[in-house]
Ligand binder design. Sequence first.
Ligand code: S3P
Length: 438
Amino acid sequence: MKHIISKKSFRLVGSSKVPGDKSISHRALIITSMCIGQSKIKGLLESEDVFATMNALKKLGVKIEKSNEYWFVNGVGLFGFKEPIDYLDLGNSGTGARLILGAIMGSNIIANLKGDISLSKRPMDRILTPLKMMGAKLISSNNEKLPLTIKGPKEVFPINYSSKISSAQIKSSILLSGLAASGTTVFKEPNESRNHTEKMLSYLGANIQSKTLKFGGYRVELKGNPVLKGGNIFVPCDPSSAAFLIVAAVICPESKIELHNIMINKGRDGLFKTLKEMGAKIKIFNKKNIGGEEIATIIAEYSQLKGISVSSKRAPSMIDEYPILSIAASCANGKTTMHGISELRVKESDRIKIMSNGLVKAGVKTIEKPESLTIYGSEVAGGCTIDSELDHRIAMSFLILGLISKKPIKVLRPSTIQSSFPNFFKTMIELGANFVKA
Ligand code: S3P
């Protein structure tokens, strides 16, 4: 597929199925691989990113199979990964690459990792620095980026590490490595990032404690060498994928959609809060706790939005949602400024720059600064072509913008959407979106 054209649409209605959560799917595969015994996973996201992680684990000697709706993982323990014969190719997935590097630390093996053009540009020093402190030897010919070679240590050292960045990927990589250490690993970050690793490790038998610190910050402490036993894992629906459908309904006149089993973990619900502050009619109800995560039904309908100032404190709970929030902001009355978002510059693309440039092409006024983006809501002219830059969230965001633009928006290289939301095109068409594939 070369491109998708998105044309003016209204009355998006219906109830859609949102795929499984990407963060939890990666963790479900990686952490159950480090368990003793078999685990059974329900609701796994079957997307390119998750398959990249799964294939890497298979090359590391883990048996993973599907039967009916379940995925079965036969864990090899904390020290049991086998030395892979060829490259572990993590494709587009930063989560896969960073978490696997931590997970294999206990196995005293040499592994070569690579990724696609987007992943090869992303910083890895943020995890290579602590992993070296824990004993890893690392070789990269690409300035501490992929491709790289890791040699696991004979013995993993526990560390006490304060990260300047709030990042679940840094935290998870260190904690997964810390599982193999003989001692206690401590990780601190300025604000609590998503806590799926802590929850899953605790559920599978690790001794892990976390707390918010009195004078700011978050601290997690993990005792090394636990006995992790395989179990049953339920993957709830991904709030970051739901975000695209919700914003589409909020900005397209006469729309009303209903989504079920959406995870509303406090580390992931920032977009819903922000949209409500902008005046969006979003109802979150029927809350339930399944497999340790809170899920709910969400109804979203067409709303008049107003521009707001989004504090940097919101960033950890909606770090992946700024591209689609920028689309909502383009349709709001007045200006929206998103503060403290410099981390967006090192995602699958430089999301501040790519969103800003794309919106300007579509006739929306923006101001881009190193750590913030301001968007002036207006009528959207459209009539432009946007390259996905191999960033799934950029592709989906501009396709949603096309639904309310005066003239269509064409998105190039849309197959990157396969990394997180394989049924996006079909789901949007079923809701009534005017998308054309070519
Ligand atoms: C993720 C954490 C976030 C997020 C990414 C998934 C995870 O990255 O952007 O899409 O699953 O841990 P950072 O932790 O680097 O902010």
